[in-house]
Design a protein around this ligand. Structure first.
Ligand code: AMP
Length: 596
């Protein structure tokens, strides 16, 4: 099996990594159980690099040694960025690519520990507005981290994938509104034939949740000043930093609560702040901040040659879109309820994982059904229909079964996915087929699990797994294969009723025939094993019964009752044979051990 491809959101403030595992996209947690890794790297005196929360913890002591928001410096020459970092990369002996590589290596490590295997391929998201040097720098960072980049995926496209918007069959236009910690961007995408194209993108690299935190902090500072706090510029900085931390905490709490208490005893060593920030206070402070994003939405739409009303969907991503005020304003401007998720800060990573899964072939949403008008199943040995999901099942649904090899040394099993109500596979419609390889072995030794799942949108995914090796096979079905009209459904059901009796007889005949063939084989094996231990008369009657059974098996026109009788007869004749085989085996074993 090819190893999974990682999906990585290399974000300005946070990064995430995930994979498709057993058909499901998941984000992976580090040893502390956290999925979000701060995009922070601390540089030790000896040049050693520490990534994530451990790096942030060092910021209080050595702010100049902790690199954050390095994404803003990617692909830019020194001084070219409109953002001035509080650290000096050159003095630390690093480049932005080195720092990004350290973050990527850390994420790779999280995934490898979680998946217990080396992983070296990835899909990495980049902002839609990233230019060639910025993309190239990201690519270099990946290579430095030991990752082969399978695709650089634009962040809004990833978000749209996470919300499942690629499943729409028609030409769709989607706006992705991404308000994170440090930046805001909005993109307008168009989905054509299942592929997203970014029509336009706009935003502000200086507008994010952090700005709002500072606004709140200044508001709190004014309260402190009103209580008599006066500081030197340098001390004011320290106080403001403490207030900013408290401000962010309160802001987050106010996304679900109406009030957030703030208590900062002796912030400056003398004064204490004890207050309550209400949702209304926050919204007053946040209102101009949110409204500043509107002009960018308008701009992106104008560039795409569209109007708010032309959009089919609006998607929210980024941690700041958890704020009710943001959701409210977006709904108002766009005239529709936006898609929101409980983890808006994970949407881009989820999209990267989904894209990675699609590239690795682990994930394929296959075909579109409005309902399950007909039963879905697979063909089993002997040409029978084995129903996994019966007709009229309520969506979403999932069903599976384990299959084995009917013949020794088989190398693979052909799985034919069928739709229809008839007992015999050939009378149903084939939706697709997949060859599932497994390790050859004795008859009945393979274990192949086949799982059908249909999601709420009616998409069928067929997953076949050799449980010995864990190798998965996923089926590709032409979308057109499912255009089942009402007329066809009616015809199929009517035929299944008309042929019910014949079909049932044929199924029973086939099942009996499989049993008969199995007996013919095992009798031949038993006769060979007993060799001389058989009377010639006994051998003759057995051979006669075998010949008769074989003759009946050759001729499907034979009545079921005769076939069953012949099987019964052979079964009776071999009863005694079986006992003798066991006795012989025991005797041999005792002799080998020197007991007899
Ligand atoms: P991101 O860059 O997407 O990780 O978003 C981070 C930003 O989201 C930060 O400014 C956080 O303060 C903000 N954020 C996270 N959770 C919430 C929340 N529950 N309510 C408001 N803002 C939040």
């Amino acid at each position: 099996m090819s190893s999974p491809i990682l999906g990585i959101d290399l974000g300005t403030t946070h990064s995430l990594v995930g994979v498709v595992d057993s058909g499901f996209p998941i984000l992976l947690a580090d040893a502390e159980g956290q999925r979000l890794t701060p995009s922070a790297v601390a540089v030790g005196e000896d040049g050693s690099l520490t990534v994530g929360r451990a790096a942030l913890r060092q910021r209080a002591l050595h702010p100049e040694r902790v690199v954050t928001s390095v994404k803003r410096l990617m692909g830019r020459r020194t001084g070219e960025s409109d953002w001035q970092p509080p650290y000096d990369l050159a003095a630390l002996g690093l480049t932005a690519v080195d720092v990004s590589a350290a973050i990527l290596r850390h994420l790779k490590g999280i995934a490898e520990r979680a998946m217990e295997q080396p992983l070296n391929r990835a899909v990495i998201t980049v902002p839609a507005f990233f230019n060639e040097p910025q993309r190239e720098a990201t690519q270099r960072a990946a290579v430095q981290a030991g990752l082969q980049v399978e695709r650089l995926l634009s962040e809004p496209t990833a978000a749209a994938l996470a919300y499942g918007l690629e499943k729409g069959s028609e030409r769709q236009r989607v706006a992705v509104y991404d308000l994170g910690g440090g930046t805001f961007d909005v993109s307008v995408l168009e989905l054509r034939d299942g592929v997203f194209e970014v029509l336009a993108t706009a935003g502000n690299t200086q507008l994010g949740g952090d700005d709002l935190d500072r606004r709140i902090a200044r508001h709190l500072l004014r309260q402190l000043q009103a209580e008599g706090g006066v500081w030197e510029a340098s001390q004011a900085e320290t106080v403001l930093a403490a207030l900013t931390v408290a401000a962010e905490e309160a802001k987050k709490a106010l996304s679900s609560a109406e009030e957030a208490p703030i208590s900062l005893p002796f912030v400056d060593g003398i004064h204490s702040l004890s207050t309550v920030l209400t949702r209304a206070d926050l919204e007053r402070l946040a209102s101009p901040w949110v409204d500043a994003t509107r002009v960018h939405c308008q701009r992106a739409l104008t560039d795409a040659g569209l109007d708010f009303a032309d959009l089919d969907e609006v998607v929210l991503v980024g941690g700041s879109t958890r704020m009710p005020l943001v959701r409210q304003r977006v709904a108002q401007w766009f005239g529709r309820d936006p898609h929101v998720s409980t983890h808006p800060d994970e949407a881009i990573a989820m999209g990267a994982v989904i894209q990675a899964g699609m590239l690795a072939g682990d994930l394929r949403q296959l075909l579109l059904l409005d309902v399950t008008p007909l039963s879905l199943g697979i063909e089993t040995y002997g040409g029978l229909m084995n129903v996994l999901i019966p007709r009229n099942s309520t969506l979403p649904c999932k069903a599976g079964e384990m299959f084995t090899n009917p013949v020794a040394n088989q190398k693979s099993m052909l799985i034919r996915v069928l739709q229809g109500e008839r007992e015999m596979a050939r009378d149903n419609w084939e939706l697709g087929r997949v060859e599932v390889p497994f390790v050859p072995g004795p008859k009945g030794s393979a274990r192949v699990g086949v799982q059908f799942s249909i999601d709420a949108d009616g998409l069928l995914e067929v997953l076949a797994r050799d449980t010995h090796t864990g190798v998965d096979s996923i089926l590709t079905i032409q979308r057109t294969a499912v255009d089942v009209t009402d007329g066809e459904v009616e015809k199929m059901i009517a035929e299944s009723v008309d042929h019910a009796l014949d079909d049932m007889t044929e199924r029973q005949w086939t099942e009996a025939a499989m049993k008969g063939r199995e007996m013919v084989d095992s009798v031949a094996a038993a006769v060979a094993a007993l060799n001389d231990g058989m009377e010639s008369e006994e051998r003759a009657s057995l051979e006669e019964a075998v010949v008769e059974l074989k003759r009946l098996l050759e001729d499907p026109a034979q009545p079921l009752s005769r076939l069953k009788a012949a099987i019964q007869e052979l079964d009776d004749l071999t009863q005694e044979l079986a006992v003798r085989l066991v006795e012989q085996a025991m005797e041999e074993s005792l002799q080998r051990r020197g007991v007899l």
